[in-house]
Write a protein of this length. Structure first.
Lengths: 402, 157
């Protein structure tokens, strides 16, 4: 076999490049086979013997089609024609036949071989057994299908929760209300209290189910990424909260613009939850302040934050903040189902980011989040994304101006 | 004064009682016929006994029904010349985006979610009745099939 295709190797500082080359070829794990342009086998390395089962003595001089199942003979002739035109065959997946007649899947790369004068004298092929890869791929396909089936089951389960659990709950709430309205006279104080408890508990469970459904929707929703001005969203939500409780004195300051590549609807849910929290946990203050802004992280990405001077939380329980149904305050002090921050975490994680909080009892809380790690998961490719990703760290504001 | 009838399609007895109660609490005095599954609803509208009956002015339809589901009932009602213009309000537990979309695609005029809180539910039924029975103008020619104009959407000049 000619040394020519491995051009450049002989410039290395080896006294005898041909012995180096044969050492490489002989130690290769891939089957390396040389053949003439007519398809006669001229070279056979030890890996080829292991792969096909023929020794060099048995196979050299025989046609290359010996290694093909009958239905692949045409393909081999076609490849030789391509090599004749100076083309290459790269990582072609096909089938080959062993000496014992069994066939197996291979990935094959075929290159032309030239002599010292540059004349085409044959072809070399490198073949690798891909049985294992194909089994792995089949396994992955199988598991993906199983996973998809599991997700579909989960969706239909969630759906039943929505419909089936709410129906009896409506009966509990509705008939206890009817009892209170129409039979209040037949019940004593204690009896009316019990009926009231049933009604209130069913309302509370209705809210829990709805929040849980929202949470599962967050996990399932398809991400539609676009440039979003989080500062504008935060200001809009703060204005809505202010309109809802016009008597409260809350100073909101928000950075504008504060842009990110995000799903507008989902990121609004994040800001809504964080702002509602801040609004709620500052409710005992005569004058409260809430601040939204962004700052660069150590690795040059952007971290958004929402800071309030409200009730804060015990830092010992920071880890529990983001678990569903975990509440660090009593329902009497601050109402809620404990699902809001769990949704925040899911959404931020779906954007490839991270959320964390700092706070102390009575000293307010600050929630921080980033929106994209180096390898954000489930982040679909977007033609404009690469440029914008690069700009985000240094000049996120530029995003929103387009 | 006679009030035009309402058809309530609801399979759950508790929901039926609560919905009827909510209508009464809102002083909606129209005659309400209850169909307890999809085929009963179609039987009421298209069956033999329907011939001399006044068509409902409003259909309140649950989605998850035994036998024929709400979407199928909706499609059949929309496919029939006599009933295709009757206002239909879906009243259901689900607020899945898919259900809402399919509901409108199948020809619903409104999609309303049943609340768990009864006070809220009564208020919803009140608003719904007020809007569809009083504020909204009924489709022209609503009434006996004979006076329905022929296929208004296909009308050529």
């Amino acid at each position: 076999v000619s040394q020519q295709p491995l051009d450049g190797i002989d410039t290395l500082r080896y006294p005898d490049s041909s012995s180096l080359l044969s050492a490489i070829v002989n130690s290769s794990d891939d089957a390396i086979v040389g053949k003439t342009m007519e398809g006669t086998i001229t070279f056979w390395n030890p890996a080829a013997q292991r792969l096909y089962g023929y020794t060099a003595d048995e196979i050299v001089g025989r046609p290359i089609t010996t290694l093909c199942p009958p239905e692949r003979v045409g393909e081999v002739k076609q490849f030789l024609a391509m090599i004749g035109r100076g083309e290459r065959v790269v990582h072609h997946h096909t089938e080959r036949r062993r000496k014992d007649g069994s066939t197996f899947p291979v990935s094959v790369t075929i290159s032309p071989v030239y002599d010292a004068d540059g004349a085409l004298i044959g072809a070399s092929s490198i073949a690798r057994d891909i049985t294992r890869e194909q089994q792995d791929e089949a396994e992955i396909r199988h598991r993906t299908a199983e996973l998809e089936r599991a997700i579909r089951n989960l969706e239909s389960f969630t759906y039943s929760v929505a419909h089936d659990l709410r129906t009896p709950l409506r009966a509990l709430g509705g008939f206890s209300a009817a009892l209170l309205e129409e039979y209040a006279d037949s019940l004593d104080e204690t009896g009316r209290g019990y009926a009231g408890q049933i009604r209130d508990a069913s309302d509370q469970m209705g809210r829990l189910i709805d929040d849980l459904l929202d949470l599962s929707r967050v996990a399932r929703a398809e991400l539609r990424l676009e440039a979003v001005d989080l500062g504008a969203e935060a200001a809009r939500i703060a204005e809505e909260l202010r309109r809802g409780e016009p008597d409260r004195l809350v100073a909101f300051s928000g950075q504008r613009p504060a842009c990110a590549w995000a799903d507008r609807r989902l990121i609004s849910t994040v800001l809504q939850n964080l702002l509602e929290n801040a609004w709620k946990f500052t409710s005992h203050r005569d004058q409260a302040s809430i601040e939204f802004g962004s700052m660069p992280t150590e690795d040059g990405r952007i971290c958004f934050y929402l800071r309030d001077d409200g009730a804060g939380f015990d830092p010992a329980y920071t880890g529990k903040l983001f678990s569903p149904f975990q509440r660090l305050h009593s329902a009497e002090d601050f109402p809620g189902t404990g699902v809001g921050l769990a949704s925040v975490q899911r959404i931020v994680e779906r954007h490839g980011g991270r959320v964390w909080a700092e706070g102390a009892v009575g000293a307010g809380a600050t929630f921080y989040f980033t929106l994209s790690a180096e390898e954000p998961y489930a982040l679909p490719a977007h033609p404009a994304r690469r440029g914008q990703r690069r700009r985000r760290g240094a000049d996120a504001a530029g995003l929103c101006e387009e | 004064m006679r009030y035009p009838p309402i058809l309530l399609v609801e399979d759950n007895a508790a929901d039926e009682a609560l919905t009827l109660r909510a209508f009464v609490k809102n002083k909606i005095l129209n005659q309400i016929t209850v169909a307890r599954d999809g085929s009963e609803a179609l039987e009421h509208l298209f069956g033999e006994s329907s011939a001399n009956q006044e068509l409902p002015a409003l259909i309140v339809l649950d989605l998850k029904l035994p036998k024929l589901d709400g979407f199928e009932v909706l499609r059949r009602i929309r496919a029939d010349e006599r009933t295709r213009l009757i206002p239909i309000v879906i009243l259901t537990s689900s607020n899945e985006e898919e259900d809402i979309l399919f509901g409108y695609q199948a020809g619903a005029n409104a999609y309303v979610r049943k609340q768990v809180n009864f006070t809220d539910f009564v208020a919803t039924i009140g608003t719904l009745g007020l809007f569809w029975l009083l504020i909204s103008e009924p489709p022209p020619g609503a009434g006996p099939p004979a006076v329905l104009p022929a296929a208004p959407t296909n009308s050529s000049p």
